[in-house]
Design a protein around this ligand. Structure first.
Ligand SMILES: [Zn+2]
Length: 605
């Protein structure tokens, strides 16, 4: 041992003794930075002391952990370097000066339970064709008549197209303090309703598949976490009566699948697995719902993802390896094999979903909103889009190549078929073929595949550009048709379908789709206050109104002459009398010279 290392150890030891001498104020232990050498060591520490691991930095290679003396002894004997971190504040990422109505104080990205449900309700009222809510059961507090919540599930699909349809089911907040989970499930809702009718993939996914979001498996516990408490379990007072702050059950140790193999039988432990398998009403509700949507005849594939924070890891059964590595291409998380006894395992081993897994999002429980908005949301939305695309037969589709970069110019369809899009290492093959479909996707009987050719003349690479001239005999006289593209690899695996809208130049475009040569954008769905942006090719008098669906003007947003270039204006969601407009569907109408441009939007509050 080097002299400096020796003094460091003495320093740590002395600090440790001093800390413990002063630690009566923290019955759970003391904070340490636990330095690791690689991701495997990081995962081992997180899995061994899951409840005490507060955050991770993969860049600087340390975890912050709350450790008891026994845990300290165990870790320090295992090649980790432990440095006391006595001033650690679990809320160091809070933005104390930012408040946003309906969100967790200091964390303006994360909505409160009530707000999330209010948004879900308003979406269903405004878009009854796309959204509906089912009540999957009651939280423990509700079963006791002391408040509590329904297990609301928001289902998005186009109700005009009959089922049964394959489903993607996402759950959040089984562990109360894992803030990012529920909000990510909601952001995917926003992504889908915003792009439905505009983006061909979002449109066919909601026409032919279903997205089910149960934002909170543990809403009772979540209300404690919303107050800033480091709350993980349920609030069931039957357990750990002596210390109410440690009461409740770890729902992700309470599932019927291999119950009692991971976690603790100690009622006061953060991983208490409950008195028996599925003892808790929350777990019963989740399992019943999984049975109901996945255990069907005939089987319809399906994907289930239980969202957690944190660690940037995907836990999955070994059979789901290739799909998990497809997800890992998008979110960069390492896919590792399962641990035992959890909600997603019930879905996979008992309810019969084709693919079940668990995402550990981000780097801490109380994730800073910047990292959430800039990293967690964009990366995981891509993974969720893939999950919804592939949920018809996820394990098989994940073996195949992706169809990307679709374009149509002068009736020439182009795409790239790519078999290399996997995180970590997966054996990939050369592309062997590609085909497209007009209007009717491949899984519907009677759909007509039309072959595409390799642009360079031969299918002999892992990523091939493919092309075809759209066949006029199949193009109907609709203004817009959907073109579906998919490719297969040399092992015969067809990958996920991607689609593009083809606007037929000779078809009659309805007047309300006329666009002025002006760029005009606004958030959709719109949560006031909203920023509206304009880009003018030349100075013009611009009128912007908000109308109801009958065409009656309800608010004047702008009526003035603006100069050339970019403009942005704020709208507070209020009518001309200064009152907030109720949630619902409205139309933004922009008039400039003789042009009228109108687009529907949904306003949520
Ligand atoms: Zn968790």
């Amino acid at each position: 041992m080097k002299k400096s290392a020796f003094f460091l150890c003495v320093f740590i030891l002395v600090s440790w003794v001093c800390l413990w001498a002063n630690s009566a104020n923290n019955e759970n232990g003391q904070f340490f930075r636990v330095y690791f050498k690689d991701k495997v060591m990081a995962r081992l520490a997180m899995e061994r002391f899951e409840a005490g691991a507060m955050e991770i930095s993969y860049t600087d290679k340390y975890l912050v952990m709350l450790l008891t003396p026994e845990e300290y002894d165990e870790l320090s004997g295992l090649n980790y370097t432990l440095v006391p971190c006595p001033d650690y504040d679990v809320h160091h990422s809070r933005c104390p000066n930012i408040t946003r109505e309906g969100t967790i104080p200091g964390y303006p990205s994360y909505r409160l339970v009530e707000k999330t449900f209010e948004i879900a309700d308003s979406i269903c009222k405004a878009l009854p064709k796309l959204g509906r809510i089912v009540d999957a059961g009651d939280s423990w507090e509700k079963t006791q008549g002391i408040g509590g919540y329904d297990h609301k599930v928001l289902i998005l699909t186009n109700a005009d197209i009959p089922g049964p349809k394959p489903k993607l089911f996402v759950t959040g907040a089984i562990h109360a303090r894992e803030y990012a989970t529920s909000e990510l499930a909601l952001r995917f809702v926003y992504y889908l309703i915003k792009n439905y009718g505009k983006d061909a993939d979002a449109t066919w996914m909601l026409d032919h598949h279903e997205y089910h979001a149960m934002f909170y498996i543990n809403p009772d516990g979540r209300k404690h976490a919303e107050k800033g408490e480091m709350w993980r379990k349920t609030t069931n007072t039957d357990y750990c009566k002596s210390t109410p702050s440690k009461r409740g059950v770890d729902l992700n140790r309470n599932s019927e699948y291999s119950w009692g193999t991971m976690g603790s039988s100690d009622e006061c432990n953060e991983t208490f697995w409950g008195p028996k398998a599925a003892s808790e009403p929350e777990m019963q509700a989740v399992q019943k719902y999984q049975d109901q949507i996945f255990n069907t005849t005939p089987k319809l594939g399906g994907v289930y993802i239980d969202m957690h924070c944190y660690g940037e890891i995907i836990y999955k059964p070994s059979a789901v390896a290739t799909l998990a590595r497809k997800f890992s291409y998008f979110n960069g998380y390492d896919a590792v094999t399962t641990r035992g006894g959890q909600a997603y395992e019930y879905a996979f081993y008992k309810a019969g979903v084709a693919a079940g897994c668990l995402f550990e999002l981000g780097t801490k429980f109380f994730q800073d909103t910047t990292y959430f908005e800039q990293t967690i949301v964009p990366k995981n939305l891509q993974a969720l889009i893939y999950a919804l695309k592939a949920c018809r037969d996820p394990l098989k589709i994940a073996e195949g190549p992706d169809a990307i970069t679709l374009s149509i110019t002068n009736k020439v369809l182009k795409a790239t078929i790519d078999d290399t899009r996997y995180g970590q290492t997966v054996e990939t093959q050369n592309i062997a073929g590609a085909e497209y479909y007009i209007s009717t996707p491949p899984w519907i009987s009677g759909a007509t595949p039309i072959a595409m050719t390799a642009t360079d003349g031969a299918f002999d690479e892992k990523s091939e550009e493919v092309t075809a001239t759209l066949s006029p005999e199949y193009l109907n006289d609709k203004a817009q048709v959907t073109i579906y593209v998919r490719g297969k690899d040399a092992s015969g695996n067809w990958g996920a379908v991607s689609a593009i809208f083809y606007n037929q130049p000779n078809a009659v475009i309805p007047a309300n789709e006329l666009k002025a040569p002006i760029t005009f954008t606004f958030p959709h769905p719109l949560i006031p206050p909203a920023t509206i942006r304009l880009q003018l090719p030349h100075a013009a008098n611009i009128q912007i109104r908000v109308c109801d669906l009958k065409g009656k003007s309800v608010a004047t947003v702008l009526n003035q002459t603006l100069g050339t270039g970019a403009h942005s204006l704020q709208w507070d969601g209020k009518n001309n009398a200064g009152n907030a407009l109720p949630y619902g569907m409205y139309v933004f109408e922009l008039r400039a010279a003789n042009s009228v441009w109108a687009e529907k939007f949904i306003m949520v509050k």
